[in-house]
Design a protein around this ligand. Structure first.
Ligand code: F6P
Length: 471
């Protein structure tokens, strides 16, 4: 294997005093370490001056990190604008929340070009380049325009919608053509793969061949792009160990003590409208309204880490949640019982691991999600002797493989209430059976295996099958 170069908007540069990276970053770092690799991306800093090609370099634990600062205005249009107010809602099927501003689309292109210009001088001819996520779709096309011939793979961490949805984006064919500059495009699930295949067919008139690839024109060349589903996993053993140890931390002990005999329902994610948090709160309200035996016997803890506050829809969501949590507590709480504990702040990974282990129910109900690693971490964190129950949205990518979960449609609050009741009453034998099924899947499909499978598939593809179509 040659050197691997990972590119993502955010880079997990190790910083003293910061919490340990999540499972995905750990898997990528393992791959990078074994190939003497490079991780390239945005430094997290913006400047008034135009973006410069100069990179900041550090080397840590056998990995090179190179980052660039971005121009302030460009970053705004690229990140808060096109990436998170256009592509994010679009790819999560939320056309009503999607905004479009041509200036943001231009900033998105410009930043991808800046990335390409800063990255190109750092590349060697034998490198394998692996680009991540929706912020950087045009990056391979920009690199190819500058002459890059290396194998380039792309992995989309979020869903890919069918053409009926994607076509709401002005110039969406441009985005599809950008994907043709890659040798391999990886998606989370078979459903996402079907969405992309449908977009190539209806948007560009390109059909998938028997081996799962498409041939099309990119930058004046005919190229072949392989398409594949590569569902992401977690560091299953690592998280299970973390949770086992975390059960004895002061935080988990305090939580358990504060619960008394009550059952804990836990939810934890970024405060994002795709996660269906208001719907989840309505589901908990339906449990309390329709199954009074749970009144005073259950507590729902929701951790919602503030995120993307520069985008208006995220600020609106925060207000909605504040009021919903207050209303449920007002309607059902008593002087010594708060049904909803709502924390709108991030929590350390090991604290969460302990909380997952202490919870009888993991409530993971996004309206749409690429995979959802919280669902996987909740399962990995359980005590095998007395595991909790995972309630999972049918719209999370994880639902394709986690067959031991109780699946729900988060739009149906009554059904969520009924499913919560079922989970809270589930006998131990059924809990163990469901948990064992899911855990064996998680032990197979780890983050490390995901990274290795993707890179193996990429490296086994013929090197840059470009054919000039005009001379
Ligand atoms: O998977 C979606 C994603 O955008 C990742 O690319 C990112 O690491 C995470 O969500 C957090 O988002 P942000 O970088 O916008 O804070």
């Amino acid at each position: 294997m040659g050197r691997v170069v990972v590119v993502s908007n955010r880079v997990a540069v190790p910083r003293r005093g910061e919490p340990t990276a999540g499972g995905l970053a750990v898997a990528l770092k393992d791959v990078l370490k074994s190939s003497g690799g490079l991780w390239f991306g945005w430094s997290g800093e913006t400047r008034k001056e135009p973006t410069s090609r100069e990179t900041r370099r550090i080397r840590s634990a056998g990995i090179d990190y190179a980052t660039i600062d971005l121009n302030e205005q460009d970053h705004k249009g690229f990140y808060a604008g096109f990436s998170n107010a256009t592509l994010w809602p679009l790819f999560h099927f939320r056309l009503g929340l999607m905004e479009y501003d041509r200036k943001h689309a231009e900033a998105y292109r410009r930043v991808n070009r800046d990335f390409a210009e800063a990255l190109l001088p750092l590349l060697g001819p034998q490198d394998t380049i692996w680009i991540h996520d929706y912020q950087l779709i045009p990056l391979a096309a920009e690199l190819r325009a500058l002459g890059a011939k290396q194998r380039i793979g792309f992995f989309l961490h979020i869903p890919f919608p069918p053409f009926a949805v994607l076509s709401a984006l002005p110039d969406c064919d441009k985005l599809l053509k950008d994907l043709l500059a890659y040798d391999l495009v990886g998606l989370q699930t078979r459903r996402d793969l079907a969405g992309l295949v449908n977009c190539f067919s209806e948007g560009l008139g390109l059909e998938v061949d028997a081996e799962g690839g498409v041939r099309g024109e990119s930058g004046g060349h005919m190229r072949r792009t392989q398409l594949a589903a590569h569902p992401i996993g977690i560091d299953t053993r690592g998280f299970a160990t973390l949770a086992r140890k975390a059960a004895f931390t002061p935080e988990t002990q305090r939580l358990v003590k504060s619960m008394g005999d009550r059952a804990l329902i836990v939810g934890a994610e970024r405060l994002d409208y795709t996660k269906g948090l208001p719907h989840r709160m309505r589901g908990v309200a339906a449990l309390l309204a329709n199954f009074p035996e749970h009144l005073n016997n259950v507590t729902y803890l929701q951790v919602a880490a503030r995120s993307r506050n520069e985008v208006a829809s995220y600020r609106d969501l925060k207000r909605e949640l504040d009021s919903l949590a207050g209303r449920i507590n007002g309607d059902y709480g008593t002087f010594d019982w708060t049904p909803v504990r709502y924390v709108a702040r991030a929590m350390a990974r090991d604290t969460l691991a302990g909380f997952y282990r202490a919870a009888r129910v993991g409530l993971v109900t996004p309206l749409r999600d690429g995979m959802n690693l919280v669902a996987k971490e909740y399962v990995a964190a359980q005590d095998p002797e007395d595991p909790g129950v995972l309630i999972l949205s049918q719209f999370a990518g994880a639902a394709e493989t986690m067959d031991g979960a109780l699946l729900v449609n988060p739009l149906d609050a009554q059904a969520m209430g009924e499913t919560l009741d079922r989970a809270l009453r589930m006998p131990l034998a059924e809990r163990r059976d469901r948990w064992t099924r899911m855990m064996s899947g998680l032990e197979e499909q780890t983050a490390m295996r995901w990274a290795e499978n993707f890179l193996t598939e990429l490296e086994e593809l013929p090197l840059s099958g470009e054919e000039l179509i005009w001379a």
